[in-house]
Design a protein around this ligand. Structure first.
Ligand code: BGC
Length: 724
């Protein structure tokens, strides 16, 4: 339907000024139903008769635009009147903004002007139907948004009055085969946070602290004078002297400039977003105080499903930080971080966090959309880019952004996890070719040493056994590649079996990868090497490898050294090899490096580096130092799955049957986890009491409960057990 509308655009270049498109129309008869279909090259905000058509912000979202551009469908029946004015503001967004990398390197990939495509279908009570479609009758003008960019922020002149509506240009030769209906959940405003504190820093700057790192924007309301200016910068942390700091945003300016009109006014950015906890008010209209500000949290709509609470407030804070990390980075796509000039769908980050994410919130649709993009980004040879949507993939000279082990494996790991958590075979059906393509691609590479090493390009990213100042940890890159090759092949085989595909060749392949791995890696030199060998089932003797891992950790004062590749499986590998006590020691470790170290340092989200801020208060280089990177938050899946012991049974995915095997430890007095599964609520609590350990377990379905090695087959219900 929307395909019958014509792409329209501003007919003369507006540079950074955002156009507003306008259409007036009348409805002479009684209306039964009115529906709007709309999309843009950029991000849009549509208002009918002065009211927003939806809660959706930053629409149409971010996809592999060449192949998949979402259009949205809104029911606007309650907004239509006899005579109507539709106005649609279009900003650069992800489609036309500068993505990614430093300004000087960046050449905008999407050169088109701010295109708009829209259709309104009006069904009258007499059964007749009429359509309003973007065409030559629409007009456009410059708008009050004088500048807007995802990384750099927004400039808004609220005093702007020189609207001059002129005829639009038709973009006749644009192919519409990339249009798809909205797949993911919408991004919308979710929470409002009022300032915690407001102060003048030692440098004499006015800073407002919202007490929590969020993704979103501020809203400011005040009585102002025409021509006054408000200028705001965003930051995540204060430096060790208590000064505002945002060098780590790199080239992202992340600024707001607002020019006032006369009288009472309210402003919030319309076409961009920021990752921040602090704002610095660089310029202010007279009389403004912190009371004039609030922060609005945005993220994709996701229902909260997972909860963890323990007797240790610091672990609870860590869990809250993990939740905030997810909220801050699930903004239409799973991003690495929400603040610097990146905010990309890095594949490794998404794959390591996928399980935790799917327990914390219902993210099935969110991942379904992103996996659609991942598959659309896949090359004919099966390469999966390191981030998706991949704005650089097809560019010459950017080959280094292409496939990497543990990154590209997101193609297999993410759909498999969504299948396990939500039990939907369709996820596997949709992604099977992409999974197979990835495994076949690896097969085409791994027999050539150079190509094999190339795949390990990021290594055990930001591990602590890296050379000083380097990003790649000491774990051998070919070990990482072969281990993930094995894991992805195993997932492909399991998926193929479920779907009834021919997989014999891959069974043979799996066997040969293991054989090769064992021949090439007879001993393990780093924590991550042990972790991968244990977790992926690649070592000869799990108990020996577990002891080795345990010794490495003990020798290091019960501290980890793992990076992005090893950390997600670290506690699992310890538990699988009989060292759950050490896993608890790591979880509860407060000295650097550890999860609770960042909590003690006042973190409100999860950091990119174990030492994003060191014990002296100094920062890791601003080149790569995000304070909101969810990857290490993946530790929550060990708490859900091992400490509380809640797991779906693989043969009955989606928690159609549950296994609950809590593994208590007396370093905590009690621990409780709840997962609201598609099949009902599962909860597991254990507590040390005078009578021994008391377990309270609720299952919505048939379950196997394992207490201290003893298995109980139970039906839906609530159960109490004791053990000494
Ligand atoms: C991102 C990471 C990502 C990495 C890969 C970084 O810039 O922020 O999270 O996985 O690059 O090298």
């Amino acid at each position: 339907m929307i395909k019958q509308a014509k792409w329209i655009a501003n007919s003369r270049p507006l540079e950074h000024i955002c156009p507003v498109f306008r259409k007036d129309f009348n409805c002479e008869k009684a209306i039964k139903q009115c529906t709007m279909y709309i999309t843009a090259m950029g991000v849009y905000r549509a208002e009918l008769n002065g009211l927003p058509v939806s809660r959706h912000i930053l629409a149409p979202g971010w996809t592999v635009f060449e192949k998949r551009l979402q259009y949205q469908t809104y029911d606007i029946t309650s907004l239509v009147k006899k005579s109507n004015r539709l106005e649609v503001l279009v900003g650069q967004g992800w489609y036309r903004g500068r993505l990614p990398g430093p300004v000087e390197k960046n050449k905008n990939k999407y050169k088109e002007p701010a295109g708009l495509l829209c259709e309104i279908e009006i069904v009258y009570t007499d059964g007749t139907v009429s359509h309003i479609r973007t065409d030559e009758s629409w007009q456009y003008s410059e708008s009050a948004v004088r500048f807007s960019d995802i990384y750099d922020g927004e400039t808004y002149n609220s005093d702007f009055s020189e609207y001059e509506f002129c005829p639009v240009e038709l973009l006749e030769d644009i192919d519409k085969s990339n249009l798809i209906p909205q797949e993911g959940p919408m991004v919308s405003e979710q929470e409002i946070i009022y300032p915690l504190n407001s102060f003048v820093t030692p440098k004499g700057e006015w800073v407002i602290d919202f007490g929590q790192e969020i993704t979103g924007y501020i809203e400011v309301s005040f009585n102002g004078k025409k021509g006054e200016t408000l200028k705001v910068s965003h930051g995540e942390v204060l430096d060790k002297d208590g000064n505002f700091y945002n060098e780590n945003y790199r080239s992202a300016k992340a600024e707001i400039t607002y020019i006032c009109k006369e009288g009472y006014q309210t402003y919030k950015p319309l076409l961009t977003f920021f990752g921040f906890r602090y704002i610095r008010v660089d310029k202010s209209p007279d009389g403004l105080t912190a009371d004039n500000f609030k922060a609005i949290v945005i993220h994709s709509d996701m229902e909260r499903t997972g909860y963890i609470e323990t007797s240790n407030p610091k672990v609870n804070k860590l869990f809250q930080n993990i939740i905030w990390g997810q909220k801050g980075n699930f903004v239409d796509i799973p991003t690495d971080c929400p603040q610097r000039d990146e905010r990309l769908g890095w594949t490794c980050d998404a794959q390591v966090f996928a399980r935790t994410a799917s327990y914390n919130f219902d993210v099935e649709k969110f991942f379904e959309k992103w996996l659609g993009d991942l598959a659309a980004d896949q090359s004919e040879q099966g390469e999966i880019p390191s981030f998706s949507p991949n704005v650089l993939f097809h560019k010459k000279g950017y080959k280094e952004w292409c496939s990497a082990s543990a990154w590209g494996d997101a193609a297999c790991i993410c759909p498999w996890q969504m299948y396990l958590t939500y039990g939907n075979v369709k996820t596997l059906e949709k992604q099977f070719n992409s999974m197979k393509g990835w495994v076949d691609f690896l097969t085409s590479q791994v027999n050539d040493r150079k190509l094999l090493d190339g795949l390990g390009r990021y290594g055990d990213w930001v591990a602590l056994d890296a050379q000083p100042g380097a990003y790649k940890g000491a774990t051998r890159i070919d070990l990482i590649t072969l281990a993930f090759y094995y894991y992805s092949t195993e997932i492909l085989i399991k998926s193929g079996r479920i779907l009834g595909k021919e997989i014999a060749k891959y069974e043979q392949l799996l066997y040969s990868i293991k054989d090769r791995f064992k021949k090439e890696f007879k001993d393990y030199k780093t924590q991550t090497e042990c972790v991968l060998a244990i977790y992926f089932g690649l070592c000869d003797n799990i108990s020996d490898t577990g002891n080795l891992l345990n010794d490495m950790i003990a020798e290091n004062g019960y501290r980890l050294k793992t990076g992005f590749v090893g950390t997600p499986y670290l506690l699992h590998a310890l538990s699988m090899s009989g060292h759950t006590d050490t896993a608890y020691k790591l979880l509860l470790q407060e000295e650097f490096p550890s999860w609770l170290y960042s909590v003690n340092q006042g973190a409100t989200t999860v950091w990119e580096h174990w030492d994003s801020r060191d014990e002296n208060g100094d920062f890791w280089s601003p080149d790569m130092n995000s304070f909101n990177h969810y990857a290490y938050g993946s530790v929550a899946d060990w708490i859900y799955g091992v400490a509380a012991g809640i797991e779906t049974v693989e043969a009955y995915p989606g928690f159609a049957r549950v296994r609950i095997a809590p593994q208590p430890n007396n370093k905590l007095e009690w621990l409780k986890a709840v997962i609201k599964t598609r099949n009902g609520e599962v909860s597991s609590k254990w507590q040390y009491t005078a009578e021994g350990i008391r377990y309270e377990i609720t299952t919505p379905c048939s379950a196997e409960i394992v207490i201290e090695g003893k298995a109980y087959k139970v039906e839906k219900g609530q159960y109490v057990f004791y053990s000494s």
